[in-house]
Design a protein around this ligand. Sequence first.
Ligand code: MRU
Length: 364
Amino acid sequence: MKVNGEHYRSIWWDKASGEVRIIDQRWLPHEFRIVTLKTLDEFATAIRDMWVRGAPLIGATAAFGIAEQMSRDSSDASFDTAYDVLNATRPTAINLRWALDRCRAALMPLAPADRAAQAWQLAQEISDEDVEINASIGRHGLDLIRQIAAGKPEGEPVRLLTHCNAGWLATVDWGTATSPMYHAHEAGIPVEIWVDETRPRNQGALTSWELGEHGIPHRYIVDNAGGHLMQHGLVDAVITGTDRTTAQGDVCNKIGTYLKALAARDNGVPFYVALPSPTIDWTVRDGVAEIPIEERDQREVTHVLGIGEAGAVMDILVTPKGTEGGNPAFDVTPNRLVTGLITERGVCDASAEGLAALFPDKVN
Ligand code: MRU
């Protein structure tokens, strides 16, 4: 998508230099910085410390990390080390393990001398596929938005609420939850987006930045505003992303998603989840019981990052000194609260049957 009118992906392989570059999301929305990742440690740090973030982008970054490592040492032991180091960075988003397993399946049968070239090609393939998947999610989501628009007075915008950043910054391009919004905007359907702030890391600011770069009307709201807006008929639908969806359609996403789904159910607002198939964990059924929830540094809760009057980006303490914070980064929304899953193959019920009907080739 575009930054200052120029097209960017969130990660790309610069074939001329052989280097991998990312948009360093730690500084957004205040500063736009591009960073080159050169070593396995840098790839791991970039994922762990959220220079890159969002389930699909984490997967693509891991694949490029493997390629980088294979260029240095393509032995079995080197692959295993890279797999373990990258896999340990973040526990919840399944795309990480999905990408690493795909690398393992493609590379390990090869002679070591052939692995590096294949690893680069595969990382590029995973990136390109992500873009295609998200574009397709956008087209299916557009149909839903069109239906909502048809039921509203002419010219009145479709009001959508989203949580966290499931935008192009969280993927390689398009985003998942935002892709239908971008497609609707391009199709001339007026949309207005309620953007949840999404404490503690304020990923909503990233969503606001993206939407702003594309001229999509939006308003940044505190996390607790959603229920009130729904009670007053100001939300036509919720669309969120997901970090891991179970084989029966339970959705694990950024902390606070579950509360939005509860409010949506209480107010009869449709609650959709944009779901690329690599985010489905076919080995897991009960999300609440089985999905590991990342517990992040409490400093993310006790401090907020912002830009001061003088223009410097700074971290500010918001609690009494020494206050203990708790920071579960994700929660699980049970399938009963999800109206539908918007996948690259179409929209389905959030159920084992719904997913199996769309992905018969992937069910275990
Ligand atoms: O902790 P983050 O910022 O990596 O969490 C991101 C999310 O929860 C997104 O909503 C999710 O990855 C879907 S992104 C397309």
